[in-house]
Ligand binder design. Sequence first.
Ligand SMILES: *[C@@H]1O[C@H](CO)[C@@H](O)[C@H](O)[C@H]1NC(C)=O
Ligand SMILES: *[C@@H]1O[C@H](CO)[C@@H](O)[C@H](O)[C@H]1NC(C)=O
Ligand SMILES: *[C@@H]1O[C@H](CO)[C@@H](O)[C@H](O)[C@H]1NC(C)=O
Ligand SMILES: [Cu+2]
Length: 186
Amino acid sequence: MKTAFVVSLIASLALASPHGPGDSPKAVPAARTKTNPKGAAFVANFPPTAKIQGSVLASTAPSGQGVLFSIKISGLPATGGPFMYHVHDQPVPASGACADAKAHLDPWARGEVPACNASDKDSCQVGDLSGKYGNITTSGAVEKSFIDLYSSLAPGDEAYIANRSVVVHTSDKTRIGCANFLPLKI
Ligand SMILES: *[C@@H]1O[C@H](CO)[C@@H](O)[C@H](O)[C@H]1NC(C)=O
Ligand SMILES: *[C@@H]1O[C@H](CO)[C@@H](O)[C@H](O)[C@H]1NC(C)=O
Ligand SMILES: *[C@@H]1O[C@H](CO)[C@@H](O)[C@H](O)[C@H]1NC(C)=O
Ligand SMILES: [Cu+2]
């Protein structure tokens, strides 16, 4: 009896989809990307129509593991902070409409709740950069760099960020700037 129960339990676990929408957020920790190509670099430049100026550079980290993000933003308004910034799933279309960037890059369908715990980055959405590395709490200009082990610059990876976008938000989630990651031309 007991054995039969255990066997059926194991069978039902094995059948469960690893990325199903009903999974608890911690069921599938974000994969750490180990295949970032050396020297890959993409940049998202906020367009003149955005309320903020600047860029987000994403390049393979010097160690080869993870993506080095270098954020340089100016023109952050005096009110509306703290500001959040994320990699979003879709690119911004030619119209520049930030809403069309859709939701955060979340290849493992982790969802929005509970909020990302920065002490447990494995459990956060891949695209939730401010959840993992902190909100921008200043107005005006800011520079910030960090290495994210979950984002990918390897084409074909679920967490590939090129051809997607970065979005900056006020604390009420209003999108005040968005731009696509495009190959860096030196
Ligand atoms: C965040 O993660 C750390 C490390 O796993 C844990 O000790 C802490 O309790 C977590 N905080 C919350 C609010 O879950
Ligand atoms: C971005 O998408 C376009 C159109 O699908 C494709 O031609 C291009 O190779 C992609 N670029 C990258 C860096 O993946
Ligand atoms: C970042 O700001 C948002 C919006 O105010 C807030 O909900 C979130 O808790 C903040 N995150 C941290 C880690 O302080
Ligand atoms: Cu966002």
